[in-house]
Design a protein around this ligand. Structure first.
Ligand code: GDP
Length: 446
């Protein structure tokens, strides 16, 4: 996961400081130097890092701290707050109104994940009762319209584009008009990208923006962009009125600190992050839980709250413990299927998770989903205890897969499909690893 290394380094620096017997100027400086190094290594812009450490030093005036104050806590809180400040532009986030047609324009470099993100954004809102539509005003990249069409069809979202018209402004205007007439309340315009920032791209963006008068412009940025992020984000902002940022490929191995810098450059909030190629690998971005996670405290606080709300008390500790240890075994998956079939409280909890609900239990197709769970469970019945309790996918050898297929009267490819599903869910649950489980009601960070 992007930024995991940064989070680890910062947590270690804070931990080392906590281990010191006395926290004096020297210890604080060492800690801040470590944090500075970690942030720079993760590609956060130098000026941001310098401002952050200056602010922390200002807030944490060791000499002024009255005796009895918990200095460690104050320092930790200052680091937490400063990181939040980098990510929070301090601007109230805009609101689009359901039922009233809003135009949202997406901009970004080619390959940043713009087209994929347009559909994810539309799909996310569609699930929340909006009536989205997609307009492909990217006439630069061959195949852009086909890609958008394919994604939109899959998500059952209306789309507009042209194979023959080469003027992106005309397509954008026609598309927006068409969907306004159809009473769509979220009209998403995908614009062209380029391999690099160039005048033609910005000019085209400006023209599309002037013609369609978007209510919101979203800048899409690949998390692996590195130190170039600040300048790139600023260049886009200077051409169009960027109002929000979406950072993609947060599931990759990039250092990701550039994403932090982009917020500062655009002075706009990150509103979502992309965590995979799949339509629902898309998460609402919240600064505080994100920074909590960065500091090794987990960001699934909402989920933990939910588990604590609805799971019977006696089942909570074991489940949370296992998840926080990063143990999402086939047995846990089996038990959750059982729960879902009963539609017990755990069913509600797990159906809340990204990747679980829409994929595993598409609306209106509950019967099919139930049949699938039962099929998967039959296959898991043919597994050994070791296999069910393992978190190592390597133990599922070819011969074991064939045996399981035979044992359950299923086909090999069905067993493989079930194991793929398991891996996908394990990836989602792996985010809970290292999660510090707070007491109920104590979700405040640090
Ligand atoms: P565009 O040129 O900016 O429109 O980019 P595309 O939407 O075509 O995306 C470029 C590539 O990035 C495609 O292969 C996408 O599947 C992939 N992609 C987009 N978002 C994500 C993400 O959040 N995670 C991962 N792993 N891949 C992504």
């Amino acid at each position: 996961m992007v930024l995991a290394q940064l989070g680890g380094s910062i947590s270690r620096a804070l931990q080392q400081m906590s281990n010191a017997t006395i926290i004096d100027e020297k210890v604080l400086n060492e800690c801040l130097n470590e944090i500075t190094r970690a942030l720079l290594q993760a590609d956060v812009q130098f000026k941001l890092v310098r401002d952050m450490t200056t602010n922390i030093k200002k807030i944490v005036n060791l000499e002024d701290l009255a005796a009895g104050h918990n200095k460690r806590r104050i320092i930790q809180q200052a680091v937490f707050n400063e990181l939040c400040k980098i990510l929070d532009p301090g601007k109230p986030s805009f609101t689009l109104k359901k039922g009233k047609p809003s135009v949202v324009m997406f901009v970004g470099l080619q390959g940043s994940g713009k087209t994929t993100t347009c559909t994810k954004y539309a799909y996310h809102h569609q699930k929340k009762g909006w009536k989205p539509a997609l307009v492909c005003a990217d006439t630069f990249r061959a195949g852009a319209f086909d890609q958008l069409k394919q994604n939109a069809t899959k998500a059952k979202i209306p789309f507009y584009g042209s194979y023959t018209e080469s003027d992106p402004v005309k397509i954008a205007v026609d598309g927006v008009e068409t969907f306004k007439k159809e009473n769509c309340d979220l009209i998403i315009v995908d614009t062209s990208g380029r391999h690099k920032q160039e005048a033609a791209l910005f000019e085209e963006m400006r023209q599309v923006s002037e013609a369609t008068k978007p209510d919101l412009v979203i800048f899409v940025m690949d998390s692996s962009i590195g130190q170039a992020a600040f300048d790139q984000a600023q260049a886009f902002r200077q051409s169009v009125a960027v109002g929000a940022v979406i950072v993609t490929k947060m599931d990759g191995h990039a250092k990701g600190g550039g994403a932090l810098s982009a917020v500062a450059a655009t002075k706009s909030p990150v509103i979502f992050i992309g965590t995979g190629e799949h339509m629902d690998e898309f998460e609402v971005f919240d600064v505080k839980p994100f920074v909590s996670r960065l500091l090794g405290m987990g960001d699934l606080s909402g989920l933990v709250n939910k588990i604590q709300d609805v799971v019977p008390m006696d089942q909570q500790p074991e489940l949370l413990q296992k998840l926080s240890e990063g143990q999402f075994t086939l047995r846990i998956m089996y038990e959750q299927f059982q729960n879902m079939l009963k539609m017990g409280p755990l069913g509600q909890v797990f159906s809340m998770l990204p990747g679980f609900s829409s994929e595993m239990m598409p609306q209106g197709r509950e019967k099919e989903s139930q049949a699938k769970f039962k099929r998967y469970m039959t296959m898991m019945d043919s597994m050994t205890d070791e296999e069910l309790d393992s978190t190592n996918p390597k133990i599922m050898t070819e011969s074991r897969i064939m045996r399981i297929a035979r044992g359950s009267g299923r086909l090999v490819h069905e067993v493989m499909e079930m194991l793929e599903e398991y891996k996908r869910l394990a990836k989602i649950f792996s985010k809970m690893k290292g999660l510090r489980i707070p007491k109920k009601g104590d979700m405040s960070s640090l």
